[in-house]
Design a protein around this ligand. Structure first.
Ligand SMILES: O=P(O)(O)OP(=O)(O)OP(=O)(O)OC[C@H]1O[C@@H](n2cnc3c(O)ncnc32)[C@H](O)[C@@H]1O
Ligand SMILES: [Mg+2]
Length: 176
């Protein structure tokens, strides 16, 4: 089965490969529009971005399965939380969705996002490193390396692949 991942970010591609293992799956990366802002500011907007990317990836890549992984933030009474969502699109079905781990961002970082900056460049400036978003990610920095961005997205990908497989097995049983 062809699996099109709607991003060229290596952490996202690695995560997809970790969830779809075996000769059955041919996984490849393709640019796909999220159709939402570069810095989604709510769960709802982040989910929408993931779903749009999943559908666009499947169409553009002419794949049976499209994957969209999207990072965002959500304002809560406990601070601005990092949020991450994934979507898996298969033709003729409502996309499957799954959420990732969430932690609050430090006030200094949160303030800049609320003022309109994107997390990627803010993180690079905050830790004086380049391309944090393609490496450990904000989640890796603020968990002292315990969970990096690729591991977090791997968890999301397993939640997606698992839901897809469960649904496929149910459908098979119904046919018997
Ligand atoms: O190439 P794409 O797939 O777009 O990968 P991306 O790293 O830009 O990832 P998203 O668009 O899903 O993330 C939305 C925004 O949040 C930033 N971001 C999200 N999670 C991050 C993290 O863990 N560390 C650093 N930046 C992050 C990212 O740079 C974007 O500005
Ligand atoms: Mg992006």
């Amino acid at each position: 089965m062809k699996v099109a991942v709607g991003s060229k970010n290596p952490v996202k591609i690695r995560a997809a490969k970790a969830a779809f293992i075996g000769a059955d799956y041919e996984i490849f990366a393709i640019d796909a529009e999220s159709g939402v802002s570069d810095q989604p500011m709510s769960d709802e907007e982040t989910i929408k971005g993931a779903v749009n990317r999943a559908i666009a990836a499947a169409e553009k890549g002419e794949a049976e399965i499209g994957i969209g992984l999207e990072g965002g933030v959500q304002q809560t009474p406990y601070g601005l939380l990092l949020c991450n969502w994934g979507a898996l699109a298969v033709n003729g079905k409502e996309p499957f969705i799954a959420g990732g781990a969430r932690i609050p961002l430090p006030d200094e970082v949160a303030r800049q996002l609320l003022a309109g900056s994107e997390l990627g460049p803010v993180m690079d400036e905050y830790v004086k490193k380049q391309n944090v978003r393609e490496k450990e990610g904000a989640i890796g920095i603020f968990t002292n390396g315990q969970i990096n961005r690729s591991e977090m997205f791997t968890h999301v990908m397993k939640l997606l692949a698992g839901q897809f497989e469960y649904d496929r097995n149910q459908t098979k049983q119904e046919k018997l």
